[in-house]
Ligand binder design. Sequence first.
Ligand SMILES: [Zn+2]
Length: 189
Amino acid sequence: MSRSLLPTIGPRVPQVPHGDNRERLTCPDCGFVQYDNPKVVVGSVARWQDRVLLCRRDINPRKGFWTLPAGYLELNETAEAGALREAWEEARARLSLQGVLAVYNIPRLSQVQVIYRAQLLSDDVSAGLETQEVRLFAWDEIPWGEIAFPSVRWALTHDREAGEATTFPARTNPPGETGDYGESTRPQK
Ligand SMILES: [Zn+2]
């Protein structure tokens, strides 16, 4: 942040607090230290038979592109509850979570994504807030050229690899990938 854009009240002085090792915004009036830490995104690869649920985004970034039902974890919410909430809000979908499919890191955005594997309890799904359209895609129908984010591709690929297994090790970023837009959204194999 450029210093000319710093606020004139509250935490506004960048300095390393006592006992810390990096600069934080601090308040010279009361000593308050503002800790800015990464955000957690929760979501799911939700399946109905051999198809997976995708949502066409109605908001930026990547409006019009397909994504998983996912979003920011709310304060005081568990990751599991957040994943279920996002599926309901974005796709009017009710899920049964089967376990953590992956934990992805997007350091450029200071973001950690916890993606569950889930079964849809019904194929009665419809577009919710922030969604233009929802659809269940077989693997061969997935619109790889219209996938919103690299991590959506990772999750779809990792879900595919887990196959019919009921237990599966949690995955993480494919080697060398950081989630930047420049990375392909095409399947890895
Ligand atoms: Zn203060």
